[in-house]
Design a protein. Structure first.
Length: 344
């Protein structure tokens, strides 16, 4: 139904425009009595075999919604009805910012992929906090945090700290995002020494709170083996609680979309099916290097129940969707959870 009728209609319009339109529709319908229970009946799937416990949190199932979909925490209660085990908001910055110029989100249907260069567009952390205070759903929420574009890298920690302090009472875990390709210079924070300093500071900030909450690092899929080894060393040295692998890629290899169209789109992070194998390889490498018990969240090109299983089998404890949710529709979460139970 979704791929036959709904998706072709949605894909007639600009991706960012239709994203905001769907958000408005869900927000309005969410106020109608009975709408949220109907969504849960259609899309939620519960089974004790799906439950996971990771860094002190109990997840109803391992399939989450990745950061970027609901940056500003506008639809936590509505999106929770689609069967996710957790939702990650952000990336949030201390001050509101418009992000990069439009158009900045593009579909590659032949590749089941997206290219985005959003540039951390968000309404600022305080706007998200106001919404989080009002949410009724008990779903686990992660806070993905970053720096404003105008903040120099050598002052980046102040931005991460501001977001951390504001969000701390309202989210269950944190993600330090230094791997988006769409904020100039941000990926330089993945270099060994800057990253070690940043993660040490954030972990120290976390330990200073009365209630310590997990801190995770989100990494790019474009790192060399040597860079991944540095990441592993930093994760261990700073006692970072987990890693999310991976963000979008800057690679354009093996695309079916004609190169002239891809070149016309220009810069941005590629997500979806072309990222499937690469992110799985990174997860597998990290699992080998970090050992059997270190928390890993897998994301990148999870388009089908089999992709979900492949990520879990490669070593991910939990997984996250974004592009797969757009291309396959809301029913894919239920399908993935059913398949996970079947193969448990």
């Amino acid at each position: 139904m979704y791929k036959l009728l709904v998706r072709p209609f949605l894909f007639l319009f600009d991706p960012e425009v239709i994203h905001h339109f769907v958000f408005r529709v869900l927000s309005l319908k969410g106020q109608i009595p009975g709408f949220k229970p109907l969504l849960r009946a259609l899309f939620d799937f519960k089974n004790t075999k799906l439950e996971r416990e990771l860094f002190g949190l109990k997840f109803a199932n391992p399939v989450g919604l990745a950061a970027g979909f609901d940056k500003d925490a506008k639809l936590i209660d509505e999106l929770a009805c689609f069967g996710f085990g957790f939702i990650e908001i952000g990336t949030l910055t201390p001050r509101p910012q418009h992000g990069n110029d439009k158009p900045r989100l593009f579909r590659l249907p032949k590749d089941q992929a997206l290219i985005n260069r959003m540039g951390f567009n968000n309404e600022g952390v305080e706007a998200a906090v106001k919404r989080l205070r009002k949410r009724s759903s008990k779903i686990i929420v992660g806070g993905n945090i970053g720096k404003n574009k105008v903040t120099p890298n050598d002052e980046a920690f102040s931005d991460y700290a501001l977001c951390f302090d504001a969000l701390h009472p309202h989210v269950d875990y944190f993600v330090v995002n230094v791997s988006s390709p769409n904020t100039p210079g941000l990926r330089e924070l993945q270099d060994k020494e800057p990253l070690k300093r940043l993660m040490s500071h954030v972990k120290e900030l976390s330990r200073s709170k009365e209630k310590v909450k997990p801190v995770l690092l989100k990494i790019a899929p474009d790192l060399t083996t040597s860079q991944l080894d540095d990441i592993v060393e930093i994760l261990k040295e700073t006692k970072t609680d987990g890693v999310i692998a991976t963000n979008t890629t800057i690679s354009r290899e093996t695309l079916l979309t004609p190169s002239d169209k891809v070149n016309a789109i220009g810069a941005g992070g590629l997500s979806g099916k072309p990222l499937t194998s690469k992110s799985t390889e990174v997860i597998s490498y990290l699992r080998d290097q970090l050992g059997p018990h270190y928390p890993i969240i897998g994301v990148g090109g999870i388009m089908s129940p089999q992709d979900a299983l492949d990520k879990l089998n490669a070593g991910a404890d939990l997984i996250q969707l974004y592009t797969g949710f757009i291309y396959e529709g809301p029913g894919v979460v239920r399908k993935m959870n059913k398949r996970i139970v079947k193969n448990n």
